[in-house]
Design a protein around this ligand. Sequence first.
Ligand SMILES: [Zn+2]
Length: 399
Amino acid sequence: MPRTAAPLLTSPIPRVADSDRRRTSASVVLRSVLEHGPVARSTIARLTGLSPASVTDYCARLAESGLIRESAVPLRSKGVGRPHLPVDLDGSRFVVAGVHVAVPHTTVALLDLRGRVLARRELKHEGAGPARVLARAADGLAALFAGARGSRPLGVGFAAGGWVDRDSGTVVEHPLLGWREVPVRDLLAAHTGLPVHVDGHARALLNAERLFGPARGSRSVLHLFAGNMVDAAFATHDEVHHGPRSAAGAIAHLPAPGGSEPCDCGRSGCLQAELSERTLCRRAREAGVADGVNPMHVVAAAAAGDTVAAGLLRERSRRVGRAVGLLLDVLNPERVVVTEIGAMHREDCLAALRAEVGAERADTVAPIGFTDSVPAVAGGSVALDVLYRDPLGTPPEAI
Ligand SMILES: [Zn+2]
């Protein structure tokens, strides 16, 4: 048998490139400032394991970019020595823009670097064709930029339900809007002249929870989004899973146990058909408790004492809880976040949802932390995730 040379030069284990290391280091420094600012550089070094010299260097570069600045109030070190000038996010210079396209309307918003919504507008669709919807979104953003008092937009984040591919920047398929293979990134970039980042809204909101919400620090998080669309997203070790063409999390047509609601796909009893807000609203109309297609009207009726409306909401939350239970068995996350209107607004609905998940794991389930601003946060957090992942990737002065 011929002897073969040992494969010294190739290895299945990837090497960490210097550029990856730099990006990761800049990212953890900025994340530390987000979580702990105002914070001393020595504390960042302790928290991140980077050398004090490295932290000083990254802080200087982040300050040059205008993302952080030295805080005005020095932190006194114990006893003698010169006071530390802590660093904090610089909230005065930059904002990010968000576009979220839902079935009935688009939400445009400006967010600061802490993910807080500074301004927003809701634009009702005048026809759901993508060219018109995205042109109006860009006009809406331009109006918000005009009122932003000198803050410059770093970029635009776009989020929608359905199948959205981050890498190609397209909405691959959104059946309720009738969108297929829409190059959203290119269209919005042409309108706004800004860098545009695109993702599915279940992943976008999970990133918002990971960066700014209660899920910060969790090692694994599942997010179930139950609006008109029903999607899921899953993150482990600070990374939201996308998979090939970002198709992960497409749970709309999983069978809901005991479901009989007809679905657009031709079958019946799919999760999306059962749990959609459209179905909730139709049931509310049939029961005579609320008109129209706005699920908040059902919540308002329940809050005003309508027991039928409250019962419809509880039943839906219970069924969402059952879906969460199924996903928990597959993914075993440390924490679960649900975007579901009942659980977000009513204790009895949250209790019904948790009861269905099971007593042992009920405490791991919480409603999303952005109850009043879900669409605004979803769009903006797509851009903020890119920023925090690679803060020195696109110097603001180049935009
Ligand atoms: Zn279906």
